[in-house]
Write a protein that binds this ligand. Structure first.
Ligand code: GLA
Length: 402
């Protein structure tokens, strides 16, 4: 893809690195946002490039009528392909699919929802629409004027600038990563300068171990991987691949294993239960990615399971992690407030397996209460263990109270 002139590249390279000092955080606003992982809806997984204003309004209406809003799903996020052309002053317009962005923001806010939008630090987004490169403050001001509450900032074509800088400056091995960090700091500061509290979602697919620095550049969440799709294999590769990242998440900044595929139709109900259970244990953002106006009762029950949401949104904000792994079975736990623990026993094989879990095996004492979130487990009368038949690609998810 040859879209940049040498002059443009040189201009990027000559940018002085932005200093980040541990004592003076990049943003005082960022840590006050996203105290629990953001919940809502994003247009990409289902609508992709086709999304229109009407689709977004339909999603908003469905969030309200289905009860999802009241269950916590409040962000309505337009992903890529809303962008139009810049005028002579550099001001960006939305394209013809989105005739009235301010009106759309008002529509969402009037329903108790929040407005999310998408851009790239590069000249072009991943779908090759206009990105924010060189227009960061102008775009941040525009978003604020529309009432935007959340920005997903997707690396896309900025990676080409980074590669070019690395090629031109072999003596500066870290120049590409430094440029990437700086690009996120620049947008965080531009957002803060608007005076509107706006969540910043980093999307650069986990490069340079983003979990180690995403919070210091003012990110509230950061994608840890490439894109999810609606298959068990991809969802499981991403979800189970999150082992070890727990220490990096905390209230205000979260690991993001990508948006949900629940309800998009290509996984079994057991696979979608695995998806929801794992994302909840991971304290992952819960951004539904299906067509909310066409949901089956089963999809609603998956997305709105109260216990799953309670695990995901637990106020302690401690991400869970894997504690046991054998062949194709994994046990993950997450510490919850009040001394409770969520336990997920996952069967990654293609046939059902019997589960005999004793709490002492995972370091827990007999429980006052064991809650079987999806149903089907047999809980010992002494509350010191459970037995179950765990379906192929399925899960037994428990909340254990001491
Ligand atoms: C990238 C992101 C996706 C989506 C698309 C839009 O692939 O990772 O989540 O935003 O771009 O073009």
């Amino acid at each position: 893809m040859k879209i940049f002139t040498h002059a443009l590249l040189s201009a990027a390279i000559l940018t002085t690195p932005i200093a980040i000092h541990a004592q003076t955080p990049v943003s005082t606003i960022a840590p006050t946002l996203a105290k629990t992982p953001p919940m809502g809806w994003n247009s990409w997984n289902h609508f992709a490039r086709r999304v229109t204003e009407q689709d977004v309004k339909n999603a908003a209406d469905a969030l309200v009528s289905s009860g999802m809003r009241d269950a916590g799903y409040i962000y309505v996020n337009i992903d890529d392909t809303w962008e139009g052309k810049r005028d002579a002053s550099g001001m960006l317009n939305a394209n013809e699919k989105f005739p009235d962005m301010k009106g759309l923001g008002d529509y969402l806010h009037a329903r108790g929802l929040k407005f999310g939008i998408y851009s790239s630090p590069g000249p072009l987004t991943c779908a090759r629409f206009a990105g924010s490169y060189g227009h960061e403050q102008q775009d941040a001001d525009l978003y604020a004027s529309w009432g935007v509450d959340y920005l997903k900032y997707d690396l896309c074509s900025y990676g080409i600038l980074m590669d070019a800088a690395a090629t031109d400056h072999p003596d500066q091995p870290n120049i590409a990563n430094q440029m990437m960090h700086d690009a996120y700091v620049k947008m965080r500061r531009a957002l803060d300068h608007t005076g509107r509290p706006i969540i910043l979602s980093l999307c650069q697919y986990g490069q340079d171990d983003v979990w180690k620095w995403g919070a210091t550049v003012g990110g509230n969440l950061w994608r840890t991987t490439g894109d999810i799709n609606d298959t068990y294999d991809r969802m499981a590769t991403i979800g189970f691949g999150q082992a070890g990242l727990a220490p990096y998440a905390a209230p205000g900044h979260w690991n993001d294993p990508d948006m949900l595929e629940v309800g998009n139709g290509h996984m079994t109900v057991d696979e979608y239960r695995t998806h929801m259970s794992l994302w909840a244990i991971l304290a992952a953002p819960l951004l539904a990615g299906n067509d909310l106006s066409q949901m089956t009762a089963e999809t609603k029950s998956l997305l709105m399971n109260k216990d799953v949401i309670a695990i995901d949104q637990d106020a302690l904000g401690k991400q869970g992690d894997r504690v046991q792994k054998s062949d194709e079975q994994e046990t993950w736990t997450r510490q919850l407030s009040g001394g409770a623990v969520a336990v997920g026993f996952f069967n990654r094989s293609t046939s059902a397996v019997p589960l005999q879990l004793s709490l002492s095996d995972i370091g827990l004492k007999p429980a006052r209460e064991i809650r079987d979130v999806w149903g089907g487990a047999h809980i010992s009368p002494k509350k010191d263990g459970v037995t179950a038949n765990v379906p192929a690609h399925g899960v037994v998810l428990l909340i254990i109270k001491p």
